[in-house]
Design a protein around this ligand. Sequence first.
Ligand code: HEM
Length: 450
Amino acid sequence: MPLLAKLFSSQAPSAPGVRPMRLWSLRPKSDREAGDAITSNFVLHWFPAKASRASMAWTYSFWLGTATAALFLVTILSGLPLLLLYVPSVERAYQSVKDIEYVITFGRWLRGVHRISAHVMVVLVVLHLARVFFTGAYKNGIGRNQQRQWNWVIGVVMLLLTLFLSFTGYLLPWDQLAFWAVTVGTNIASSIPWIGPGVRELLIGGRAIEQATLIRFYVLHIVFLPGALGVLFAYHMWRVRKDGGLARADREEIAEVARATPPTPTKTYTLLGVARGTSPAVTARTLEAPGTTVNAVPDLARRAMIVTLGTIALISILAVFIRSPLEEPANALVTPNPAKAPWYFLWLQEIVTDTTLHVFGWFTINGAFLGGVVLPGALITLLTMWPWWDRSPLAATGVWFPRVRRAQNVVFIVLLLAIVLLTYIGMELRGPYWQFYWPWQAWPPVPTRI
Ligand code: HEM
């Protein structure tokens, strides 16, 4: 059989002991063949053999995690050719980006794909987090050795890495937008009492943003942060499998238990049920209950493909129409007024700039400390610890907005809306000297040299 035919074949082996090399098997003719597609193929090995039907519903997870992963893939694929064209030196970085934008064939599109997917990834990772929160999917079901709370913690780290990955990329064009956004962003770090200036120095490699900063951000952006995110992502997915699939699958199982058929306590499934073990701790009864599960090939694999290809197509189209900004070359002597942090840090800038609290008339909490340290620190702690504080019953796991979690959901929504509102104010309603302007109000002329 020619190689291509072998790769895409879904035929049973032609001779005993000889397996066709499969990359994809869209129409398996039996459960056995569906399982074979998983075990004998590199790409599909990713999936479990069976998946809970309910957890695959479009309206359960909205496939936000998969779309985020697809965007991560797109940033890597589009970043690789950019890597060959970009020069990480303060003398040449701006010109190399300008060349990518105006000279290189498809350069503008490539830069657009990279930039848009990075921004959309920030949005989707937050939406994915919100979905996991609202469905209480950081809670364990009744399977053995589940540790969804730790997968949530890994997720929080991945969120921070995503933000930092985007932030380090922001500086690379070395134009005014990049230079001042990073100046404002790193100034927020310097508000930590005592160690703040040291932290900023460590981050930017000196007292000012210059060559040392550029090379530091560049290496973080192309090696360490994507590497760390890739490793954590692999672990994140492995945990989803170890935890018996999405929390929704547990819900089905709990419903089964409620139907009171006695469980088969000794039998657990690993891949294809061939080996005995304790891994995806979904009892045999649920997996065998007709209609509750489907073969991962083709059902799960096909949907994952649709989400991935759809995301790639959407970003590719957006990049044709949306131009990436490139302002004047970076100039430390010309401060734009207002100078704004990247949009995902604007809610912090809003607090840093606006909030100085006077307690009892004599004790002052400085806004930079509040917005740069206390608030983000408290929010990250709150977020990380939430699974241990949430004492809602098992029945509230894997379902959207259950009544018993109403108070938690309200707190989460209020916090999320506050962040979105502050971000919007920072993006659209702040003018020179960080004054508030309605969209219909014109900004007064201001000197740009401060
Ligand atoms: C780069 C960032 C991330 C990627 C690529 C990613 C990817 C995924 C994927 C593909 C899934 C399978 C379900 C789905 O598609 O929704 C998933 C599940 C999960 N993710 Fe993420 N994730 C990321 C960040 C996060 C964050 C920030 C959190 C929370 C703080 C989180 C917590 C979880 C949990 C707890 C599950 C299991 C959900 C369930 O059982 O229903 N992830 N993730």
